[in-house]
Ligand binder design. Structure first.
Ligand code: NDP
Length: 295
């Protein structure tokens, strides 16, 4: 199996990837203390030392609202560092696997976005991620960019954990009901990514290089943030926990520093047709995640 160098191993996706990949692959997993993406130039030496056949980048500046006031850091981590990794991957003949976001879209299309739809990000985070995607696409490296959304898991900072806490602490919780997407469990992203790499044999860059491209990768179906919260509340109530009342509100009633796309569901057809892979429906994945599964 290919030697893998993973960045961002303490994040939601990175953690799930590390657990899954270490079973089958020679894996070097690095966190922000090992490799600081705000100093992209230093990543070249890190890649050289590890001599990877696959570089996986699960690190990102993901604080969407803070990015509005920290554009320089967001751009370094989300755009310049991936550009350096792509250059290093090309130099080493390695495959680069990278993750992108639905926030590259403005959410006005009215139907699921395909990989060919033109991006139009609403904020700094989306713009910085888009710049990273474009740099990788133009680098000449063998690459797979998996575009996902609404990522959650049982650790880190995410909507599931926040909602569980609020539903326990408060009498009433108000949640936005007019933004739609597919909640996507980090374990499902890791499982799909690992399955694609496992199928590639000993030289992933050679085997998968011909499929270089952008692939949407989300759980199936769609809901609103309110719908996601209601599913979480239902499961807590079914387990006998006392839970708060939920109220659906409009985005206008919950102003945030960065604007969010209203309807940015992603069409996963290309992933299925190219790799024969599909992630589970979002409700099924939620049940699997809550059952404590690792992937
Ligand atoms: P997390 O926020 O959970 O983790 C991000 C990781 O990036 C952390 O391990 C963090 O390290 C690392 N990181 C942040 N800044 C730096 C830095 N300066 N140098 C090195 N590492 C750094 O992200 P997710 O797992 O949720 O996201 C994975 C990918 O999926 C990202 O590309 C993200 O853009 C994308 N994505 C995420 C979505 C979401 O809802 N979360 C939605 C759509 C796409 P540390 O913990 O040490 O700070």
């Amino acid at each position: 199996m290919s030697r893998i160098l993973l960045f961002g191993c303490n994040g939601q996706v990175g953690w799930a990837l590390a657990r899954r990949l270490q079973r089958d692959f020679p894996l070097t997993a690095l966190d922000s203390a090992d490799a600081d993406f705000t100093r992209p130039e230093e990543l070249r030496a890190v890649v050289r030392a590890a001599q990877p056949q696959v570089i996986i980048n699960a690190a990102a500046y993901t604080a969407v609202d803070q990015a509005e006031d920290n554009a320089e850091a967001a751009l370094a981590v989300n755009a310049r560092a991936p550009a350096v990794l792509a250059e290093a991957a090309r130099g080493a003949g390695a495959l680069l696997v990278h993750y992108s976001t639905d926030y590259v879209f403005d959410g006005t299309k009215g139907s699921p976005y395909t990989e060919d739809d033109p991006p139009s990000p609403l904020g700094v985070y989306g713009r910085s991620k888009l710049e990273g995607d474009l740099a990788i696409q133009e680098s000449g490296a063998a690459y797979l960019i998996f575009r996902t959304q609404w990522v959650y898991g049982l650790r880190g900072r995410n909507f599931l954990l926040t909602m569980q806490r609020l539903l326990r602490e408060r009498r009433e919780v108000r949640v936005v009901g007019d933004q739609f997407g597919a909640p996507t469990w980090c374990g499902a992203i890791a499982a799909a990514s690992a399955a694609i790499l496992s199928g590639a044999g000993d030289d992933a860059a050679a085997t998968l290089g011909g499929h270089s491209g952008l692939y949407n990768m989300t759980c199936g179906g769609e809901t609103s943030w309110y719908g996601f919260a209601a599913a979480i509340r239902d499961r807590m109530a079914a387990a006998g926990e006392p839970v708060a009342r939920l109220e659906s509100i409009a985005s206008a009633e919950y102003p945030t520093r960065a604007a969010r796309p209203a309807h940015a569901v992603l069409d996963n057809t290309r992933l299925a047709e190219t790799f024969g892979i599909g992630l589970p429906d979002w409700l099924e994945a939620l049940d699997t995640a809550l059952a404590g599964a690792q992937d």
